[in-house]
Design a protein around this ligand. Structure first.
Ligand SMILES: C[S@@+](CC[C@H](N)C(=O)[O-])C[C@H]1O[C@@H](n2cnc3c(N)ncnc32)[C@H](O)[C@@H]1O
Length: 388
């Protein structure tokens, strides 16, 4: 999830192409050993995902859709290819399924938000007895075709509709698998759909994949982009456009952060146990303490997440952190009003609060209260951000 959802969001487009190429070309490397936040994990091997056939995205979504359908059916329109090309993401799921057949053998699986059906296909190939692939967008029709073309129609049933509304043909499933994560982990709020399915159909002791996820925070030096994206609006050809600056400050930037920009250690904000948590747990307030690992300026906070499949033989997963191989989730950058001059060992402290927007629950409201009192500077402020 992720790439199809930042239409209203600032992105550093110039970097995006590079990032995609990196995803395709670079070998997957071992994650971890990068500080407490990017924990050691097993990482997918780098054999390629076959994508050559995915070039004509329009073909995937069917030729009789209008542009209005495309707009309102954004999952069918955007990003399938980018998600599948994200080999960190897709190969991790594939490895989890193929290398842990003890989990899947003769089990009934529910794939929540199946998209093209890729995870359902992995599960069927991995030995599942039956897979229910539920997809609410027009992609469900394409998934049916894909399932048939690959000879899995007996094992995979594609159901078109919202999880919350479909007439589900069985009373229980043994496994729920889903790739529900959004930018900043929680943007677009598909987690609630997974929790709904878990509470309705998962057998006691059943497995949710992935089952753990953690959100982290760090701080970066980012003078160049802050100038380009934010400060720019103060004076535009001699005119004050700072009203746009306010808007730009409000919207977190989804982009790949260079590891060299990181000024502090990372801190864990929140871990979620998908098998146990309630929907309410996705709204939270967490204190943070970011200790500088060098003398530098801080322009922004950066959030990222890890995903873990702890039920595997060996805990498996991936990180979307700036020191790990880039994924289509990139990182989420929140610029600070203040430029903080920090010295090694000093700490920027605060509280981050995350909640669903009341009017549009797919949007996220983030509030950061921070304070800093160092040798070279001090600052204390509350800032609000909105992911939409
Ligand atoms: C991030 S995509 C993942 C697609 C696929 N599982 C994959 O890994 O490539 C999430 C999918 O969930 C679908 N989805 C979102 N909310 C849903 C809901 N409430 N019921 C059914 N499908 C949903 C979207 O249309 C989208 O195709």
């Amino acid at each position: 999830m992720g790439n199809n959802k930042n239409m209203g969001m600032l992105t550093k487009n110039d970097k995006i192409t590079t990032n995609n190429n990196m995803v395709l070309e670079r070998q997957i490397e071992t994650l971890g050993a990068l500080g407490s936040s990017e924990s050691p994990m097993i990482v997918p091997s780098s054999d390629d995902v076959t994508l050559d056939t995915m070039d004509g995205e329009e073909e995937l979504v069917g030729s009789d859709q209008t542009s209005a359908d495309y707009y309102f059916d954004s999952y069918a329109h955007f990003g399938k290819r980018e998600m599948l090309k994200d080999t960190v993401r897709t190969k991790t799921y594939q490895n989890v399924i193929y290398q842990n057949s003890f989990l899947f053998k003769d089990k009934i699986v529910l794939d929540v938000g199946a998209g093209t059906g890729i995870l359902s296909l992995f599960c069927a190939k991995g030995g599942a007895k039956h897979v229910y692939a539920v997809e609410c967008s027009a992609m469900a029709d394409t998934a049916k075709e894909i399932v048939k073309a690959n000879g899995f129609s007996d094992v995979i049933t594609v159901l078109k509709g919202k999880i919350e509304e479909i007439d589900f043909p069985t009373t229980h499933v043994d496994i729920i698998i889903s790739e529900w994560m959004g930018y900043f982990l929680l943007f677009e709020n598909m987690l609630n759909t997974v929790l709904y399915a878990r509470d309705k159909w998962l057998v006691p002791g059943g497995v949710v994949l992935p089952d753990k996820t953690s959100l982290y925070l760090t701080a970066i030096e980012d003078a160049e982009y802050k100038q380009e994206k934010i400060t720019f609006w103060n004076q535009v050809y001699g005119f004050d456009m700072s009203c746009i600056r306010k808007q730009a400050m409000l919207e977190p930037l989804v982009d790949t952060v260079d590891a060299n920009q990181i000024v502090t250690h990372s801190t864990l904000l929140k871990t979620m146990d998908i098998e146990k948590m309630t929907a309410g747990d996705a709204s939270f307030s967490a204190p943070f303490k970011l200790v500088a690992s060098r003398n530098d300026f801080i322009h922004a906070l950066v959030a990222y997440f890890d995903v873990t499949f702890s039920k595997c033989h060996k805990a498996t997963g991936f990180s979307t952190g700036p020191r790990s191989r880039p994924t289509h989730w990139k990182q989420t950058v929140m610029y600070l009003e203040d430029v903080i001059t920090i010295c090694e060992g000093e700490a920027l402290t605060g509280i981050m609060s995350v909640s669903q927007n009341k009017k549009n629950p797919r949007d996220l409201d983030v509030t950061v209260q921070y304070s800093f009192n160092g040798k070279r500077s001090s600052a204390s402020r509350t800032q609000h951000y909105r992911m939409r």
